[in-house]
Design a protein around this ligand. Structure first.
Ligand SMILES: C[S@@+](CC[C@H](N)C(=O)[O-])C[C@H]1O[C@@H](n2cnc3c(N)ncnc32)[C@H](O)[C@@H]1O
Length: 256
């Protein structure tokens, strides 16, 4: 505990003071209209420019905004998962990210990734990466019953899984993923749903995609939460990130 005696007899816990100031700042940001408009303008312009494809984690392309990677880092430190289940592998950057975080935690944690199409060149790079020993990959659709069973079997016995959904972004698909994989998450854990931002983008933004306004991960989260009281949206996460591909997609598990 860091203490400072700034007033006569009252010791001040500097760590707690910092925490409280930060929480107050984030609450203020939640109502900051100018910041929200600026963040929205950046989100639209940067998504149009393909910004999410600009980054790598330990050498592998990761299709994420840096803000969301920071959020995941905070979540992983807070919840100390002993495994991470991810739908949507692409180039493998997010698997490598999670595996590297589990390595920093120590312990025997590992990552299970599912993708309907694991490209050979991506698989080859992932299996030769220094993080490979902590990664298991399953090829198939994340909403296929047999594939979901394989995923669940591969984390059987794990006490605290983190689940991250980032595959097909239609309402129906994400809702099914939520039904299949949310039971893995325990009280105090997290479930992260990416690309909820689709709901907040201009109507004509995804002309070549099956998802769009009214049919996307955010609508799936909303439907899921109407009948599932184990999870709540962490609105402070949205407020502090300001820019995120997963607004209203950071779900805390509050019930066993
Ligand atoms: C946005 S990318 C994943 C990005 C990755 N999580 C990252 O952060 O770098 C989406 C991936 O989902 C995969 N995908 C699409 N439909 C799927 C399905 N039905 N089941 C599993 N994966 C699917 C695609 O093949 C693609 O690799």
């Amino acid at each position: 505990m860091t203490q400072n005696t700034s007033t006569k007899d009252q010791p001040v816990d500097m760590t707690e003071q910092f925490r409280q100031e930060r929480a107050a700042r984030i609450r203020a940001m939640a109502g900051d209209k100018a910041l929200k408009e600026t963040a929205q303008a950046f989100t639209i312009a940067s998504t149009r420019a393909g910004y999410s494809y600009n980054f790598s984690w330990l050498g592998r392309p990761i299709i994420q905004y840096p803000q969301d990677m920071m959020a995941l880092q905070e979540i992983i430190w807070e919840m100390q998962p002993d495994c991470v289940v991810e739908t949507g592998i692409a180039h493998g950057g997010s698997l490598i990210f999670s595996a590297s975080m589990l390595t920093l935690l120590g312990g025997d944690g590992y990552v299970v990734g599912v993708d309907i199409d694991i490209r050979e060149h991506n698989r080859a790079e992932i299996v030769k990466h220094p993080m490979a020993s902590r990664i298991r990959m399953i090829q198939g659709s994340s909403v296929d019953g047999g594939i979901a069973q394989q995923v669940c079997n591969s984390v059987a016995g794990r006490k605290n899984p983190l689940v991250v959904l980032d595959s097909n972004h239609t309402h129906e698909h994400v809702l099914r993923e939520l039904e299949l994989y949310s039971p893995l998450v325990k009280k105090g854990g997290w479930l992260v749903v990416f690309d909820t931002v689709v709901e907040q983008m201009p109507a004509d933004f995804y002309p070549d995609r099956p998802w769009g306004i009214g049919d996307n991960p955010m609508t799936a989260v909303d439907t899921f939460l109407k009948k599932n009281d184990r999870f709540v949206i962490d609105e402070a996460m949205d407020a502090k990130l300001a820019v995120s591909m997963a607004p209203r997609g950071y779900l805390r598990c509050v019930k066993d």
